[in-house]
Design a binder for this molecule. Structure first.
Ligand code: B12
Ligand code: SF4
Length: 485
């Protein structure tokens, strides 16, 4: 039985319709060092129908703490459900929260009665030190990076310096039943991994400006290869999907890493989550050829908007001309680009949105391999520059953990936009999501798969023409999704 119990809250419908879940890197990250000194048990709420029974069993052995991490929104709702259960079963059990939401809102999170400690930022060292202090009954004010309560007062310790990823051991994947976490991405057994953390750019909607303070840290090329080799040998992984927010920040490191993937892992496919247009614009054809030759399947690229005015406002520091140029350049290579877009920014007009839609179809036209994400609805996250702007424009800031758990781009109205435009962006998100169908291969049910296939041409027509009359499809989706919750 375990000393440390870590629970991964369900992400909600987003994950329940998928055939396989992604490895919970946040929880595994938190387990990395503490696992060397203590017995750690991970419970995945989404996979384990009997999570309550299993948490109860662990509580019987009196662990040092129960920990969980959450993103803002639906996952937070599930984290609250878990914390409430633990509190109700064992009043005195220390409940530790980490992950992105508590990091962005540590003071508000610690105020909640179902939270005893908040770990702000990276969790590896902090949770280990916290566990030690709790075990030895020592004062915790020497543990950096935490918020806690002391006789009703909220206290915090200084920010912990960022870890050097190269000094951390490989995450303890062995704590999980890995077969349940290796989705068939592009038809191959795949895994999500991280090779760097943070991003030095300044986009006004992005949490990196506040949770990593525009810092970027990365594994050295040989360490990336070691990690890829580890998952290949131990779990038979054939494709690695890097979740980094900016894999190519250091071009020399990236070049060396890609070169090593080509020579050391010639059978491994790989893809990256996030890459900038201006970086690609600077890359010469030799580097792009190397990326192609190293079996990179896809590059996910943040474009966000087709409107120069909006790109300037969000400080994306790229131009529409660059996007078009890069897309044409990439047409000569096997690796396919997937462009990410958003809408519903404060001050955005219908004309700006039309420019985004037009750009998407131009990218498809110029490069047959080009794909795009749904046109996601901008969601204001605390601490970012645009967040303050939405508040000025009428957005009511959630004041408690419970209120934040109800917060999502799907449920929360973009009240900073005129009423008519609020409806438009929701319809556009919906049609563009199904137009792309790019997540289709993760979906379990053949019934849902077929539904998406049949709906795709209609979704494309609606998106291209921004025509949303008589749109009953979101209601149908709601009915289908309810069956999976
Ligand atoms: C994988 C991923 C997902 C996965 C699931 C992740 C999960 N939590 O289970 C999926 C694909 C489902 C997903 C969905 C979404 N995601 Co997402 N996702 C990511 C991504 C790419 C990687 C996360 C990760 O694993 N990082 C690596 C680990 C090691 O880092 P970490 O999670 O921060 O964990 C460290 C610390 O936070 C801490 N920690 C974490 N957990 C715990 C627990 C304890 C007890 C302790 C002590 C410490 C601790 O220690 C860890 C090691 O240092 C991040 C971007 C990124 N690169 O971080 C976005 C990100 C987390 N996602 C984001 C968003 C916006 C979304 C969506 C809303 C997107 C959308 N439009 O649909 C949805 C939300 C769906 C929902 N219902 O909630 C935002 C979060 C914003 C926010 N305020 O929550 C991020 C930051 C991207 C961004 N830059 O905007 N996402
Ligand atoms: S480039 Fe991407 S990760 Fe970096 S600040 Fe902008 S949106 Fe965030």
């Amino acid at each position: 039985m375990a000393d440390i119990v870590l629970v991964k809250p369900s992400v909600g419908w987003y994950d329940t319709i998928k055939s396989h879940l992604d490895v919970p890197l946040g929880i595994l990250g938190a387990a990395t060092l503490v696992n060397q000194e203590y017995e750690v048990k991970i419970i995945d709420q989404q996979l384990d129908q009997e999570w309550k029974k299993h948490i109860r069993q662990e509580l019987n052995q009196n662990p040092l703490l129960v920990g969980m991490g959450a993103m803002t929104g639906e996952q937070l709702r599930h984290a609250i459900e878990i914390a409430e259960f633990v509190r109700q079963e064992e009043k005195k059990m220390p409940i530790v929260w980490g992950g992105i939401h508590p990091t962005l809102m540590p003071e508000q999170t610690i105020k909640d009665a179902r939270v005893d400690y908040v770990v702000k930022g990276e969790g590896e060292v902090t949770i280990k030190e916290l566990a030690k202090s709790l075990e030895k009954g020592k004062s915790i004010d020497t543990v950096q990076g935490i918020y806690y309560k002391d006789n009703g007062f909220i206290k915090s310790t200084p920010q912990r310096p960022y870890a050097d990823m190269n000094e951390l051991p490989i995450m303890p994947f062995e704590l999980l039943d890995m077969e349940k976490y290796l989705p068939k991405n592009f038809g191959m057994k795949s895994i999500i991994l991280e090779s760097s953390r943070g991003c030095p750019f300044r986009c006004t909607f992005c949490r990196n400006t506040t949770s990593y303070f525009r810092r970027w840290g990365a594994l050295r090329p040989e360490k990336v290869i070691e990690l890829m080799q580890h998952v290949k040998e131990k779990y038979g992984v054939k494709a690695v999907h890097f979740q980094d927010e900016n894999f190519f920040t250091d071009i020399n490191r990236a070049k060396e890493t890609v070169g090593l993937i080509k020579t050391e892992l010639p059978d491994m496919q790989w893809l990256v989550n996030s890459l900038r247009i201006d970086t690609l614009d600077r890359m010469d054809r030799d580097f792009l050829r190397l990326i192609d030759d190293s079996n990179c399947i896809q590059l996910k690229i943040g474009v966000e908007s087709g409107s120069p005015r909006i790109l300037k406002m969000i400080k994306k520091d790229i131009t529409v001309e660059q996007v078009i140029r890069v897309n044409r350049k990439l047409a000569d290579f096997k690796t396919s680009p997937l462009y990410n877009f958003m809408c519903a920014f404060p001050h955005e007009t219908v004309e700006d949105i039309r420019k985004t839609v037009n750009l998407i179809f131009k990218l498809y036209h110029d490069n047959k391999k080009a794909k795009s994400s749904a046109i996601n609805i901008y969601t204001p996250y605390p601490g970012t520059e645009l967040y303050d702007e939405t508040i000025k424009m009428g957005f009511k800031e959630p004041e408690t953990l419970d209120e934040w758990s109800q917060y999502s781009f799907e449920k929360t109205e973009p009240v900073w936009l005129p009423k008519e435009q609020q409806r438009l962006v929701k319809s556009l998100f919906f049609s563009s999501l199904f137009m792309t169908g790019y997540d289709e291969e993760f979906i379990n049910s053949p019934f849902i798969k077929l539904g998406i296939k049949l709906y795709q041409p209609i979704a494309k027509f609606r998106t291209k023409n921004m025509f949303f009359k008589g749109m009953i499809e979101p209601k149908i989706k709601e009915m289908v999704v309810r069956n999976y919750e």
